[in-house]
Write a protein that binds this ligand. Structure first.
Ligand SMILES: CC(C)(COP(=O)(O)OP(=O)(O)OC[C@H]1O[C@@H](n2cnc3c(N)ncnc32)[C@H](O)[C@@H]1OP(=O)(O)O)[C@@H](O)C(=O)NCCC(=O)NCCS
Length: 213
């Protein structure tokens, strides 16, 4: 299959396509996040054998699909995953990750908007949900801008920030309200956000009427 055949969505600046084994190698070259909050997204170094296994595990799961995002230069700058795919409820959960060296440049929003067309039109799902930490203002802004709405709030164990001294270090005073202690571990507040097929259709109708004006 050529790279062209694997394309599922084209944005203004990004192309989203089926994730390949080569993409695992490309991810290994991604820069690390400098902000400790995002260290959890840093790519762990893997041997070639571990990369095969990582790829194999994710591409053979029945309720999971993975896509790669390329930018206008052809650099692989991120990935999208669909998890908990449920044909019965016609819904899935979305995960999106843009590489540290490319965040905040519009690639996430561009890829996600284009991917929604593929998701609702071609895959024919009816709801798309995601979970995002309340601390992650950039991700929340990106998702709201792409049409997601807040639909739930929940506390969950924070393996990601458990190394940080949230309650002792004053650098974290402004985000302390998003955390709570639960026994010997830390919990963080998460949002569930949802986009429905109706929201997606309404956006299409709005852009069509704006184009006519
Ligand atoms: C979340 C993520 C996918 C978004 O993709 P992106 O390409 O960085 O996002 P974009 O540049 O398209 O949009 C970011 C938006 O956040 C806004 N933003 C950036 N920093 C912000 C902050 N600290 N507070 C509020 N808004 C912020 C930007 O202005 C932009 O909004 P705009 O389009 O209205 O101007 C990407 O940043 C990422 O992968 N981050 C690391 C991992 C992660 O957080 N994953 C999400 C897990 S749910």
């Amino acid at each position: 299959m050529s790279k062209q055949d694997q394309v599922v969505a084209r944005g203004k600046r990004t192309t989203t396509r089926i994730f390949t084994r080569d993409d695992v190698d490309k991810m290994q070259a991604w820069k690390e996040h400098t902000d400790p909050f995002y260290a959890v997204y840093n790519i762990k170094p893997l041997t070639p054998g571990e990369r095969d296994e990582w790829y194999q595990q994710r591409t053979t799961k029945p309720n999971y699909r993975m896509f790669a995002i390329d930018n206008e230069k052809g650099d692989m700058v991120g990935r999208i995953v669909l998890w908990k795919i449920n044909p019965r409820t016609k819904g899935t959960f979305l995960g999106i990750e843009i590489a540290a060296g490319y965040i905040n440049q519009g690639y996430g929003s561009d890829a996600l908007l284009a991917f929604q067309d593929f998701y609702f039109q071609n895959m024919q799902f009816e709801t798309l949900k995601l979970h995002v930490s309340a601390v992650n203002n950039r991700a929340k802004a990106c998702y709201l801008g792409c049409g997601f709405k807040h639909t739930n709030l929940f506390w969950t164990p924070s393996a990601k920030q458990s190394e940080l001294d949230i309650f002792g270090d004053d650098r974290y005073a402004h985000i302390r309200h998003f955390f709570r202690k639960a026994g010997d571990h830390l919990e963080v507040l998460f949002h569930e956000m949802t986009m429905t097929k109706e929201d997606w259709e309404a956006r299409g109708e709005l852009s069509a009427s704006e184009a006519k004006e």
